[in-house]
Write a protein that binds this ligand. Structure first.
Ligand SMILES: *[C@@H]1O[C@H](CO)[C@@H](O)[C@H](O)[C@H]1NC(C)=O
Ligand SMILES: *[C@@H]1O[C@H](CO)[C@@H](O)[C@H](O)[C@H]1NC(C)=O
Length: 276
């Protein structure tokens, strides 16, 4: 292992050759299907933020992690010296090795975690996989058969596990204090993005810059779009796809299943969310 100092030096050189870039000071760690794309797009409205285009998967993919911090840096966008670089990789939140690795890079980093109702998130997770398989003409299992096995909630279903927020959060809190982690309410961000984004701005100690007029509701889409210096952009159409129909009895079972895990999460973060 190299010491941090030598890594930083090499990183500086590499960065210089790439004009200018910085390791992130902010990471959006998840959750998958929580609204991470919307969050990073909205955060990009702020002039002090430089956002990485792609999901970098540095801390969770061994093949990337082995390339070291210089490679990570090379994946970052151009940034002015007074800008904060941010990247988002939703898989970080549920990967148990990631918190330690991020802490080793920078114990003072600011982490953003965007969460939605865990049942909704499972359905959304399923829907994404469903559409991917449909596109590739692969077979897919109906949602009921992955959610339930022998009449019980199927704990082996990975999407279900990803929604056990308290379990993953415990990993993060081993390395970071709660003051370093801001939880964005993903359901609120969709419903009314401006107030949620003001909270993010405050947490990051950014100069107040994001305005209500940066957001406008697109009635056709049923979602907010962004307006930035006269330019308008909406998120990709795959965001906000209709969920599959799930038998009410199974939906009820899911909500019940998450009741206790949710309570544990609320205790962990000292805050409640409007999840049923
Ligand atoms: C969920 O995932 C975690 C970490 O990947 C694992 O330790 C745990 O056993 C899983 N839980 C269930 C119920 O499958
Ligand atoms: C609103 O959404 C529709 C449907 O996606 C799109 O065609 C249209 O360009 C959007 N209009 C604005 C002003 O964003």
């Amino acid at each position: 292992m190299q010491t941090n100092k030598t890594v930083a030096k090499r990183a500086d050189l590499l960065c210089f050759s790439l004009s200018a870039c910085q390791l992130p000071k902010i990471i959006i760690i998840g959750v998958r299907k929580g609204g991470t794309r919307a969050l990073i797009e909205m955060l990009s409205l702020h002039s002090a933020v430089a956002a990485a285009e792609n999901e970098v998967h540095f801390f969770d993919w061994e093949s990337h992690f082995q390339k070291g911090l210089p490679w990570y840096l090379s994946q970052m966008p151009y940034a002015f010296p007074d800008q904060l670089t941010v990247e988002k990789t939703p898989a970080y939140f549920t990967s148990s090795k990631v918190p330690k690795r991020i802490h080793q890079m920078n114990p003072d980093i600011k982490l953003l975690l965007i969460l939605r109702d865990p049942t909704e998130r499972v359905l959304s997770d399923y829907t994404q996989v469903f559409y991917n398989r449909l596109q590739k003409h692969k077979r897919y299992q109906p949602i009921e058969s992955v959610l339930v096995k022998d009449g019980e909630i199927n704990l082996g279903y990975k999407a279900l596990n990803r929604s056990l927020y308290y379990m993953h959060m415990q990993n993060w809190l081993r390395y970071f204090p709660m003051e370093s982690i801001h939880v964005v309410d993903g359901d609120e961000l969709i419903r009314d993005p401006f107030p949620e984004m003001k909270k993010v701005e405050r947490f990051l100690q950014l100069e107040p810059q994001i305005k209500a007029s940066n957001f406008y509701f697109n009635k056709t889409k049923g979602f907010y779009c962004l307006r930035d210096h006269g330019r308008e952009r909406c998120l990709h159409d795959s965001k906000g796809r209709a969920h599959p129909h799930v038998a009410p009895a199974i939906l009820q079972k899911l909500y019940q299943f998450f009741h206790e895990p949710n309570k544990r999460f609320f205790e962990l973060v000292g805050r409640t969310f409007n999840w049923n």
